[in-house]
Design a binder for this molecule. Sequence first.
Ligand code: 16G
Ligand code: ZN
Length: 531
Amino acid sequence: MPQFKEVSTQSGLHPKPAGLVLQYGTAGFRTNAKQLDHIMFRMGLLATLRSKKTKATIGVMVTASHNPEEDNGVKLVDPMGEMVTPTWEGYATQLANAEQEDLLAALQDIIEKEAIHMSQEANVFVGKDTRSSSASLSQAVLDGVSALGGHSKDYGLVTTPQLHYMVCCQNTQCKYGEATVEGYYKKLCQAFIQLTKNASNCTDDQKHLTVDGANGIGALKVREMESQLKKELHISLFNDGSEGKLNHQCGADFVKVQQKPPTGIKMNPGERCCSFDGDADRIIYYYTDSEGKFHLLDGDKIATLISTYLKELLTQAGLDLEIAVVQTAYANGSSTNYLENTMKVIVRCTKTGVKHLHHAAQEFDIGVYFEANGHGTVLFSKAAEEKIQQLAENSNINDERKRAALLLQNTVNVINQTVGDAISDMLLIEAILAIKGMTIQQWDAIYSDLPNRQLKVKVSDRRVIDTTDAERRAVSPAGLQEAIDSLVKNYREARSFVRPSGTEDVVRVYAEAETQESADALARDVSLAVY
Ligand code: 16G
Ligand code: ZN
């Protein structure tokens, strides 16, 4: 094959260190940036094959999200903006681990298995985060694409969800929006402005939001977008990358895991604050009360706010659409209880990892999915979008229904349905709070979280732990689940589970109980049982 000569030459410039083995995990490849040059080149090759196979544009995002600055990573984006399919995750691992002299054979193997026509055109969109290693690593991706004769478009610095959005726009012939960063701001900001027109009593104070940009790409993008919000939202941006280090003592992951405010921001009692993570696909809200106590509003609280709002609008609009909330085992027990028993919405639990939640949410008219860590979005089925659209255009309905239909229509437009998106989620949450005239304290009071604790345990081989029931029960090693069950019985309102991490060489332990002391003690007991 003529292209193989070029691959052969180019791959010599991106050699694989012999013996290095890496795995395409929950969030793609992720490790120290020094080990990734050959991976990036090869993901450029793989994205080109995937594009030829699907006859659509494929995305490649260079980022390691909330990991430290020294790390980097890469993930592929499928045509509708979703995560690449499991079979291709397998190919990614095969291709990444082929020794230098076996690369062409590994490539040939994929081409044959997938019956790919190499004459088919290929298009790949590439984006990167602000890490110092991202520039050369994204160049390696571009080299991979060109080695196989593919066309690429380099979007440069973008958030992960912006790249997902661009891929989706391109493959839907712009029905989803324009495949440019400007198009993205225009769509989201216009919808946000329309929504906030329904919040006439909103004071300037209520329009104020403090944002922790994690010293990453999200901060740059908030700055770019700000002027289009037309003063409907005043953002005080901290950790904008001008001084601090990426994700260091700041960002959504830090705030969620440490359950404390990030450094580098100015917080006044009672004021709404939020943190993005390093690639701006997660968001977490918080505030301190007048006594200085810190209150966290995580993905579960966000899902509750959004689903309550949507359910109210559906009732007002008289639309009969099924709404469900998708969570993982990490969802706080109080949130699940509130959603099922008070709000009476369908709740589903899936394994950790965005692709699992996304797929489960696709099964409903409206699927709200959020991981407790703040990654999530809302999916509307095609039929649901059409019903909303028709009602919004119907002139024979009363004012209340009309208002609700228009709100739903603009809500659909402010949401990035391709993947969780900190900027889009922030605009949606801000609009909901403004429309409902709700303070962050009132939002927080919808239900009270059960105290909880997460720990990680280092073991010699985390793969000996196997789980079932959306990771809520361990099936191996023998006896572990029975041990957890009997420990849980020692505490009130308690629950605990263990699972091997998909991104780190550790076992994660989660425990919740009536008091913080009990949650801490239970997490400790269970950690000892894992050893
Ligand atoms: C990845 C996942 C995230 C999940 C986390 C769990 C994506 C895009 N990201 O960051 O959803 O919460 O892994 O990590 O799927 P863990 O397996 O180490 O607990
Ligand atoms: Zn992220």
